[in-house]
Ligand binder design. Structure first.
Ligand SMILES: O=P(O)(O)O[C@H]1O[C@H](CO)[C@@H](O)[C@H]1O
Ligand SMILES: O=c1cc[nH]c(=O)[nH]1
Length: 235
C-alpha cells in the first residue's frame, strides 16, 4: 500500500490502462471489463481490475500532468509489479490534416518539463514508446481499418499557457499533438524496465475552432479503449 494507491498487493493486474480522468477509468471498467473490483478510491483517483477476453486487466486514473501520473506509475511498478502500461488519453492536435476524434499513437514525446533534469543534467533523454506495444497497436489498427496517426507528441506542464508560437514550432517539426503525461510515462517505463505506450483521442484542434464536448468525449474514446485493451492483452 502506497501514498496514492491503497490496493492489496494481488488486486492489480500486470497489465494496466491509464486514463487521466478517473471517471474514464470507471467507464472503461463498467463498459469493457467483466468481474470488476474497485481497488482504489484515494483522492477519488479510481482504480479497477477486471477481465477482458479472459485476461486480467486493471485501469487506473492518473490525474493531469507529470507529477500526478509519475506518482501512480511509480506505485504501480514498485508496489504492484505492473509490467505493461498503456495510457488512454485525450490530446489537442497541432497538425492541419488531423481532426477531432482521430486516434494518435505516440512514438515519442518532447516536453517543456524539467522533470528529467535531476537525472540527466544538461543531457536530454528521449522518451520513447515500447516498440512491441507500438507495433501491436499499429497492426491491430490496420487489421480493423482504423485511421490512426503514429508520431511524436508534446507533453506540456500547463494546459492553458501553450504559446501559439511554440505550438507552431513543434508542428513544423512534425509533432502531432499536445498532451500532459506521455513523456513521464515513457521515461519511467525506461528507467524501471517495463513497457509503455500512449494512445490518444484528439479532443480538440489547437489552431482551429474545433473541439468535442465533454459529453461527446466519453463516446469518442471507445475505439481507442478497444485498441488499447486488445494491444495490452496480445503483447
Ligand atoms: O484526457 P486525459 O487523459 O486527462 O489527457 C489530457 O487531458 C487533460 C487536459 O484536459 C490532460 O491530462 C491531458 O493530457
Ligand atoms: O489541447 C489539449 C487537449 C487535451 N489535452 C491537452 O493537454 N491539451
Amino acid at each position: 500500500m502506497g501514498l496514492v494507491i491503497e490496493a492489496n498487493s494481488n488486486h492489480v493486474a500486470e497489465r494496466v490502462l491509464l486514463p487521466g480522468d478517473p471517471l474514464r477509468a470507471k467507464y472503461i471498467a463498467e463498459s469493457f471489463l467483466d468481474d470488476v473490483i474497485c481497488y482504489n478510491e484515494i483522492r477519488g483517483m479510481l482504480g479497477f481490475t477486471g477481465v477482458y477476453k479472459g485476461q486480467r486487466v486493471s485501469v487506473q486514473g492518473t490525474g493531469m500532468g507529470i507529477p500526478s501520473i509519475s506518482a501512480y506509475t511509480y506505485e504501480l511498478i514498485h508496489d504492484y509489479h505492473v509490467k505493461k502500461l498503456i495510457r488512454v488519453g485525450t490530446c489537442g492536435t497541432i497538425q492541419h490534416d488531423i481532426s477531432v476524434k482521430d486516434i494518435i499513437i505516440a512514438m515519442s514525446a518532447s516536453t517543456d518539463s524539467n522533470f528529467n533534469y535531476p537525472t540527466f543534467s544538461s543531457f536530454h533523454f528521449s522518451p520513447t514508446a515500447n516498440f512491441n506495444l507500438l507495433k501491436r497497436a499499429v497492426d491491430i489498427s490496420l487489421e480493423h481499418n482504423l485511421s490512426v496517426k503514429v508520431g511524436s507528441v508534446l507533453t506540456t506542464d500547463l494546459l492553458y499557457t501553450g504559446s501559439p508560437d511554440t505550438n507552431k514550432l513543434f508542428a513544423e517539426h512534425g509533432v502531432l499533438a499536445v498532451e500532459m503525461e506521455t513523456a513521464a510515462l515513457y521515461t519511467m517505463a525506461a528507467k524501471y524496465g517495463v513497457h509503455a505506450l500512449s494512445v490518444l483521442t484528439v479532443s480538440d484542434h489547437i489552431f482551429k475552432d474545433e473541439a468535442i464536448s465533454l459529453l461527446e468525449r466519453q463516446n469518442c474514446v471507445d475505439t481507442m479503449i478497444k485498441l488499447a485493451l486488445d494491444t495490452i492483452i496480445e503483447s
